[in-house]
Design a protein around this ligand. Structure first.
Ligand SMILES: [Zn+2]
Length: 170
């Protein structure tokens, strides 16, 4: 079921009418911003499922589910450790700024492209960036303290990368 890449683009309305869950993998090479803040190989994969729905309160929603992990450096022992990226999120798909104002409260927004399509990779990558810990550390005490003063090793801050990415898309 997961042995093929996820489609990058969906026609939101068409996918909503279908209503079925589409699953596939995304590779790190498709997520350059996530690659900047993680240690993964370009060929590493994360499983993603996407489902489109018109909700009861008439929101055009996209539900994303992730299954997989990312490799980051423990800031204490500087060994690579896996952090769980699994989980799900829901985004409201809108065509305009005015549509954002009409949304019921509490929705995270994703702006559709002019042709009504959505770049699922872009949306998924933004969500995954939010799941990367700012200062990853093993839960248990992990051996030699290499990094005495707790200063993070030079890696871009995931939130800064996310802000850049969002800026680029606007
Ligand atoms: Zn560690």
């Amino acid at each position: 079921m997961f042995d093929r890449p996820l489609n990058r683009r969906f026609d939101a309305r068409k996918a909503e009418r279908h209503g079925e869950t589409v699953s596939g993998f995304m590779s790190w090479q498709d997520m350059p911003e996530l690659a900047q803040v993680t240690e993964n190989q370009a060929s590493d994969r994360i499983q993603v499922s996407v489902r489109f729905e018109r909700t009861e309160d008439r929101v055009h929603a996209m539900h994303l589910t992730f299954d997989g992990s990312a490799d980051v450096l423990c800031q204490r022992c500087l060994e690579v450790m896996a952090v769980d990226m699994s989980g799900s999120c829901s985004l409201a798909l809108v065509m305009s700024e005015e549509a954002i104002e009409r949304l019921p409260e509490g929705w995270e927004v994703n702006m559709l492209d002019e042709d009504g399509s959505v770049d699922v990779y872009r949306a998924a990558q933004e969500e995954l960036l939010l799941r990367v810990p700012m200062v990853p550390k093993h839960a248990e005490n992990c051996g030699a303290i290499v990094n005495q003063d707790d200063a993070p090793v030079e890696k871009p801050n995931p939130f800064a990368v996310l802000a850049q990415l969002k800026g680029k898309n606007e």
